[in-house]
Design a protein around this ligand. Structure first.
Ligand SMILES: *Cc1c(COP(=O)(O)O)cnc(C)c1O
Length: 339
């Protein structure tokens, strides 16, 4: 029922809840979370706040929702946030901050390593003047396109933002991948950020949910915006229990996903017609000629591998991808690209 012989490399959002996670969901104690009565939601929020070193946390339906809640808690109508051109909160969330929050993004170029140059941050903070939107927030993303922001960079960027009177938000959809890659505790990779959004439904393997972390005052604001956005859920403990299980059991094992991505990259690098750089975490990008795509797509489908085949192809490893699966994928690529 849960498993099929299809392997899915499109994203780490395709992970399926394990039997043990489903058991935790089945057994979860629940209540009405809009009244603050759901013990499993409260437990997850307390656990996440402690784990990441924040005063408080809020369970949200999705990463998009928890990012939007954070932007709306930090910024008001006519304010703006500085954000990377490649960032999810700018590019891939339907313009939600502008549509629903009356908040203007100021997109800035991402450097090759995913960072935003400090000089670009400084140069784009608007003076207080009726002509300008009020610059209120710096939003960064880690990991970004599978790349890990260096700790020294996030320390400098957040210190700069604070010195200029801005708040700081981290889209940490895959922050656990960053912490595991750097080999540092979770509270270390989020240091300097006033708020962080963490996805439970990606490599961590929960079916639904994100947590937003911040000060008690910020989370109070955030709870109001979550309700306004239609994100107040009732017996949500069934979902929170999956997130709790994910944080307790599925963080350290992300190292396996990184190893699998590296193994795949090593094998692909040997093949003519493919170009790639070594992945840092669980996401790798493979470049190929546009003419090669149709043949590869057909061969992958034949081998029951789902993938987003494109000239700049993204491949994502996750907890439902085994070492044997990597071998199977390499065999398909070899059959298409071997000289
Ligand atoms: C997936 C993702 C999100 C949020 O995604 P949802 O599908 O809404 O949970 C936010 N930021 C990044 C970087 C992501 O990869």
């Amino acid at each position: 029922m849960m498993t099929s012989s299809w392997l899915d490399l499109r994203s780490d959002t395709v992970t399926l809840p394990s039997a043990a996670m489903r058991k935790a969901m089945y057994e979860a104690e629940v209540g009405d979370d809009v009244y603050g009565d759901d013990p499993s939601v409260n437990r997850l929020q307390d656990y996440a706040a402690e784990l990441f070193g924040y005063e408080a946390a809020l369970f949200a339906a999705s990463g998009t929702q928890s990012n939007l809640i954070a932007l709306m808690a930090h910024c008001g109508r006519g304010d703006e946030y500085l954000v990377g051109q490649e960032a999810h909160t700018y590019r891939y969330e339907g313009g939600g901050a502008a549509v629903l929050g009356s908040i203007q993004p100021q997109p800035l170029n991402n450097q090759a390593d995913g960072s935003i140059a400090l000089a670009d941050i400084t140069a784009n903070i608007k003076p207080l003047d009726n002509h300008f939107a009020r610059t209120r927030l710096l939003a960064l993303e880690n990991t970004i396109g599978g790349r890990v922001l260096p700790l020294a960079y996030t320390a400098e960027a957040t210190a700069l933002a604070h010195a200029c009177g801005l708040a700081t938000h981290l889209d940490g959809a895959r922050i656990c991948n960053a912490a595991v890659k750097l080999g540092v505790p979770l509270r270390e990779v989020v240091r300097g950020f006033d708020s962080v959004s963490v996805c439970l439904s990606k490599g961590l393997g929960a079916p639904v949910g994100s947590v937003l972390l911040g000060s008690r005052a910020l989370i109070e604001q955030a709870t109001r915006w979550r309700k306004v956005l239609g994100g107040g859920m009732r017996q949500a403990g069934i979902l929170a229990a999956a997130g709790q299980y994910a944080l307790e059991h599925n963080v350290a094992r992300l190292a396996e996903d990184h190893a699998h991505a590296a193994l795949l990259a090593d094998g692909l690098a040997e093949l003519p017609g493919l170009k790639l750089s070594q992945p840092q975490t669980n996401i790798l990008y493979v470049d190929m000629a546009p003419e090669a795509c149709a043949g590869l797509a057909a061969a992958l489908a034949q081998a029951q591998v789902r993938a987003s085949v494109a000239p700049h192809m993204r491949i994502v490893t996750h907890l439902n991808v085994s070492r044997a699966d990597i071998e199977r994928v390499l065999a398909v690529f070899r059959s298409v690209f071997a000289a």
